[in-house]
Ligand binder design. Sequence first.
Ligand SMILES: Nc1ncnc2c1ncn2[C@@H]1O[C@H](COP(=O)(O)OP(=O)(O)OP(=O)(O)O)[C@@H](O)[C@H]1O
Length: 260
Amino acid sequence: MLTASRLSLTLNHKVILNDIDFCLNSGELVALVGPNGAGKSSLFKALSGEYSELFDKVVLAGKPLSEWPLTDKAQCFAILAQQSLLSFPFKVAEVVSIGRTAKSCSAERNNEVVKQAMAEVDILHLADALYPHLSGGEKQRVHLARIFAQIWEQQNQQRYLLLDEPTAALDLAHQQQILQLAKAWSQQGVAVMAVLHDLNLAARFADRIVMLKQGSIFAQGNPTEVLTTEHVKQVFEVDMQVLPHPTAGYPILIPDERLP
Ligand SMILES: Nc1ncnc2c1ncn2[C@@H]1O[C@H](COP(=O)(O)OP(=O)(O)OP(=O)(O)O)[C@@H](O)[C@H]1O
């Protein structure tokens, strides 16, 4: 379990996060949603261990982040940051193999996992392509393969996947594919959190949605509980109608075009 209690963050005299209690359990996919500037990336960074002043408030598998040796954490805790800058002309397979650094497996096993991870996100055909030449969506899938490779093996400890806008830059088919994969990882017991802008994707794939507004948690619960017309109006300041999906039942949001 990954938990944060009473998480507050002020940067340059601005309150960014305000008294947030958060938990992420094994086997669930949690979507973090909210309008621009709500604090999603800041909470994501806090949970990822980017703010050393919050290390003691974030507890991973019973131990505060401050007590985790980096190499141990890397075995179970994989993070897809919003911007993964990399301009050196590495081949795609080499970028994915970065996820296998510090593994004690044989080179053969590492190569096998790299291939499997590339196949999972549909980039096997790009294995020898130069990373800087790829499109934005292809680069995103390379980094997903890299972090999947990082936690590929089921070990004795809980595994965590934290994804900041994993579907940004992806086309419709790959958005669905990546969230289906994230869901599949959670169904294998991995604790998965994803920052998502698309509320319909969150509704379809998340077990739980945490909705942020101005640095605080405004609502959390299952998609039907959180994605109500009233919540969306209060947090995103738009009028949306919420309908149940005709066969699957999860909420679908559509613009409210009804006359006043
Ligand atoms: N170093 C900083 N100093 C001052 N304010 C900051 C700093 N970093 C972030 N902020 C502010 O914190 C707020 C939350 O930012 P954050 O990036 O977490 O929002 P977000 O919900 O991820 O937004 P978006 O959907 O636009 O990515 C924003 O208003 C941002 O301007």
